[in-house]
Design a protein around this ligand. Sequence first.
Ligand code: AMP
Ligand code: GLY
Length: 426
Amino acid sequence: MNILILGSGGREYSIGLALSKEEDGRGQHNITFCPGNGATDQLGQNINIKDYNELASWAKQNNIELTIVGPEAPLVDGVVDIFKANDLTIFGPSAKAAQLEGSKVYMKNILKKYNIPTAAFIETQNQDEANNFIDLQTKLPIVVKADGLCGGKGVIIATSKEEAKDAVRDMLSGESFGDAGNAVIVEEFLDGYELSIFAICDGENYVVLPAAQDHKRIGDGDTGPNTGGMGAYAPTPLVNDDIYQKVEDRVIKPTLEGMKKEGAPFAGVLFIGVMVVDGEPIILEYNVRFGDPECEILMPLMASSVSELFYKGATKQLDKFDLKMKDQFGVAVVMASANYPYGSSEPSEIIVDEIHDEILKENSHISYAGVTKEDDTLFATGGRVLLCIGFGDDISTARNRAYALCGQVHFAGKKIRTDIAYQALN
Ligand code: AMP
Ligand code: GLY
């Protein structure tokens, strides 16, 4: 199949890597990344077309049979609508359905309207109204969120009422997040453990992947500022059949039904950010795409065809998809550059030692993210640079392999967390 993947991160690399290992009746897939990164051209070709109408024309001319969208921004900007208007097959939600991630106010109102469990909240554009709600709270911390997309930075966990009011003021004034802060959500703090659950949806049917756990803070023991995610593992033992069933019955089904009623049927990845509080799954947020780094472990753990999953998701045939996962665990450790998440770093050459241990070689790999290539040499160019991923029959073995691989990868200023999967192993 001719497949186009939009995006440039480790998530898109991992989708491409999984697809590059498949064959259909016509042989291996032809994979194109737009724009891709310095390593994705080993899995296919990179192109760089920014305008979505132009990209749709390119896709038509090049007989693209399936387009997969990695990040949220193109979805919110309507790339799926443009491709569909051109009779192209594309996996992802329409711009309207992508508002589940594009606007936290929209998302919270859908949750409320369809009785889906979430933290008690108000949405407002008014400081006094926010202050009244904050004054009524009997517990701290209080959570303040900007409405729009803020690259994962629009959430303040305020430890005093003053701090919460200040956060609302900074957001509403446009100072902290520009237009994304025109409206705010103020909500109760949920005390529990977080899960990432992914439902692959086609508007009507869905397939649920094994739950993963991300590690959002930069430092060991969940300390320091939030990041895009410093590591993940799956499947997590912190979930059981009861939680999966509750998520299906109370969350996924009413969301898919609700979105149909809203005239915005949801197709694509519904990323359910769950907080488990006293055994009950409560929804923190929705995203409309795969988590990164969660995707990098879920793709290689799939035993059934990845292209078939996305193709059936894009063509309303998920009722005919049989999900099979490998009977293994995966642990991904992110290697970030020195100044992450505060700023950029000087590019530095990436050196990967030759791996002599056959078992390690077979049960680990690298997923490349923030890298560029010059004269066949890869350079770390900032942010999250790459992920070392290990697999095994248990989490501890998978994790040991991920860290063993980390020891073989070098670039100036490399930074990792040393405790990925600690909640599962404690
Ligand atoms: P979000 O962008 O909404 O996922 O928020 C980012 C992170 O903030 C989440 O992954 C949680 O760790 C934390 N968070 C958001 N909302 C809450 C809440 N109501 N209670 C506790 N933690 C929260
Ligand atoms: N790993 C969290 C995210 O992709 O938002």
